[in-house]
Design a protein around this ligand. Structure first.
Ligand code: GLN
Length: 491
């Protein structure tokens, strides 16, 4: 058997279903790979060896008993540490939740289990999903497998790095402003942000509830679509979940893979295709646009004038929501408690706990959000940002009257060196310049590899109308049929 860790999820599921290999063998191969490389990559915060092997054994037993298996049965998956996992540590990359073992599974985790996938463990992330490099994790930075002196993106750098390092064929991320797509872009992997409400937030530790969207990460578009299908769909336990089935993203990925985009109209976002991006990123993007045109797509330029205001609007809306959501970490209900020596007041214990438990970026966001929501400033900041959000949504609506999907580079630069942006928060925020509009609008977006610049991966972003997630998979698979998958240098 050739190296199981190099295979796609589709291939692995096929081998397990045919009995050519067992789920235990597949799982063990990935656990071995993690043991061999993760001290250099640091993608995982927790590896659940026992849980993974026992889930794999259960799949093998079901197969032996002739029971039907789901399309991803026996395939390992790495889960971002933002989702609750029953009895398995969940830290959200923060000291404030160190040692917490949730009493319940997130809906997505439950669906992964029901589908027979094998959870390998929990992946590293920027604390509370705030960041673009994974350097804001309280447990140390994840490294980019393409160059371990560079960042793997964030906040879901652990999930993306696990894929690029062949530690897992599938992973789960969450995207509030780009945290699935930007890590996908800089690690040469595929990351999809579903339509808001298309994947359940039940058990997702909240950062910005009107933006947070969990979604699939993989090395191929079809694998991402299969994972999307397994985790997506209505969940009565999430009040913002859409009561509709997931569009047939798997069929769309298969259609796209035929390499025919006749009749598809794509809009290059004028504001995101100029000199804001690195020349190498723009060159790879332009080449890919030409490739899509050769596959039959009609390409036009579409101006979205309010997209330039998305970043400032996001940095008011997301911190505002976070300042409210993170109030629950009070040293009483979850995780860390500092200074509770019997002599201090409740307020003092809360203050000491939050001071010790949150890192600097999280504190910055809580302060920004508290200020933006304070009486007297609410209208000037939060209120204005909500108006900008409406204008951005209108840009999308107008664009989708003209084109089927919008396209741009995923991120303005390739993976930057560790430490390069930690001193300047604004530089860090700029990594999400092109991904944030989609979150404010609520539509789906995907990043797919489109080539290299100076030996580092470049991501291509496709943005579709809300509930038309299938469209972006079709275009992404078509591009993949030309570009292929990217293979990093050996670790
Ligand atoms: N990098 C952005 C931020 O820091 C987006 C994070 C995310 O999508 N979770 O807020």
């Amino acid at each position: 058997m050739s190296d199981l860790t190099r295979m796609t999820a589709t291939e692995l599921a096929g081998l397990v279903a045919d009995g050519q290999t067992s789920a235990v063998e597949v799982t063990q191969a990935h656990l071995d790979r993690i043991a061999a490389v993760d001290d250099r990559v640091c993608a995982f915060l927790h590896v659940d060896t026992e849980g993974a092997l026992s889930a794999a054994r259960a799949v093998d037993e079901r197969r032996a008993a002739g029971e039907p298996l789901g399309p991803l049965a026996g395939v390992p998956v790495a889960v971002k540490d933002v989702l609750t996992t029953k009895g398995v540590p969940t830290t959200v990359g923060s000291k404030i939740l160190e040692g917490w073992r949730p009493p319940y599974d997130a809906t997505i985790v439950q669906r992964l289990r029901e589908a027979g996938t094998v959870m390998l463990g929990k992946t590293n992330m920027d604390e509370f999903a705030m960041g673009s490099s994974t350097e804001y994790s309280a447990y140390g930075a994840t490294r980019n497998p393409w160059d371990t002196d560079r960042i793997p993106g964030g906040s879901g750098g652990g999930s993306a790095a696990a894929l690029a390092a062949y530690e897992a064929p599938l992973a789960i991320g969450s995207d509030t402003g780009g945290s699935i797509r930007q890590p996908g872009a800089v690690t040469g992997t595929v990351g999809a942000k579903p339509t808001y409400g298309g994947t359940s937030r039940y058990g997702l530790v909240a950062f910005s509830s009107s933006l947070d969207t969990p979604g699939p990460c993989a090395r191929t578009v079809l694998d991402a679509a299969l994972l999307h299908q397994v985790i997506g769909g209505h969940d009565p336990r999430d009040s913002t979940s859409i009561p509709q089935p997931v569009p047939d993203v798997v069929a769309a990925a298969k259609l796209g893979a035929t390499g025919d985009l006749t009749g598809v109209k794509l809009g290059v976002v004028t504001e995101f295709s100029g000199d804001g991006a690195e020349p190498g990123v723009l060159a790879a993007f332009r080449e890919s646009v030409d490739a899509l045109a050769k596959l039959g797509a009609e390409i036009v330029e579409v101006s979205c004038p309010h997209f330039s205001y998305a970043l400032p609007a996001y940095y008011l809306i997301a911190p505002s929501e976070c300042s409210s959501n993170l109030a629950r970490f009070d040293g009483v209900r979850f995780g860390l408690r500092v200074g509770d020596d019997g002599n201090r007041s409740l307020e003092e214990v809360m203050q000491l706990t939050r001071e010790a438990g949150f890192g600097p970026e999280v504190k910055r966001r809580i302060m920004l959000g508290t200020y933006a929501l304070s009486s007297g400033y609410y209208d000037a900041y939060y209120g204005q940002a909500q108006k900008v959000r409406t204008l951005i949504t209108r840009d999308f609506t107008a664009a989708f009257e003209r084109v089927d999907a919008l396209i741009s580079p995923t991120t303005p630069s390739v993976a930057f060196p560790l430490g390069a942006r930690t001193a300047d928060p604004y530089q860090m925020y700029l990594a999400d310049l092109y991904t944030i509009p989609t979150n404010l609008y609520g539509g789906p977006g995907i990043s797919v590899p489109c080539g290299l610049s100076d030996g580092l991966p470049v991501g291509f972003q496709i943005m579709a109308p809300t509930l038309a997630d299938d469209r972006m998979y079709r275009v992404a698979a078509a591009l993949e049929s030309v570009v292929g998958t990217l293979t990093p240098p050996a670790l």
